[in-house]
Design a protein around this ligand. Sequence first.
Ligand code: C5P
Length: 237
Amino acid sequence: MSLGPRDRIALAVDLPLPEGIAAWEQVAPYVGVAKVGLSLFVEHGPRAVEVFLQRGARVFLDLKLHDIPNTVELAAAKAGALGVSYLTVHASGGAAMVKAAVQGAAAGAAKAGHPAPVILAVTVLTSMDDAALADTGVARDAGAQAAWLAQLAIRAGATGLVCSAREVAAVRALVGPGIVLCTPGIRPLGAAANDQARTETPASAIAAGSDLLVIGRPITAAPDLVAAAKAILESIN
Ligand code: C5P
């Protein structure tokens, strides 16, 4: 997929909606995608998507769907109809569920006259370590389980994956070109790590094969949001 540099930055608007809109309006010249997470969507519903679409954003709806295939297909169709560009699902829901998400999202988008969203599969949550996985009955370590689920998701038709910027080169080698790789945990040099343990700079994540950088606090908590967003765009341009 060929994306301009601005389209490679997704602003994680994990803020109260009015603040998120204000942040978006300031940085929109440098950022092409607004990532709407679960809390904003639970609080505001489709309006949380529409306000960013109306302001020219492409929207990344980060709902991490995980349910029986029929339910996921219905939900993905509604997301597709909203006109989102990216939608997340859990690969651990299984191949039939991932396939249902892909089909539902494409059908919902087509009906409403939008292009099909990229379905981004989440493999192993970064909050899960080997012990937490073992606790759920998974014997593989987190890295091996993530690779396993990445391949399952791609086989099932997912067009993208969410992965750590540290693992993006290995994941790219596994899935080949043409799959959208999306990486959170991005920190420009000198930015506070916050709760992110294993970070990469925007330029190094892109060099390693990332297509879409998810960036929240390095922009939203910066003293000068516009300068922060501009510097990030320049660093990958
Ligand atoms: O503020 P920050 O740049 O850390 O925001 C990153 C965003 O990416 C947040 O919305 C967070 O939920 C999400 N995310 C993450 N780490 C993952 C997956 C998603 O930080 N492994």
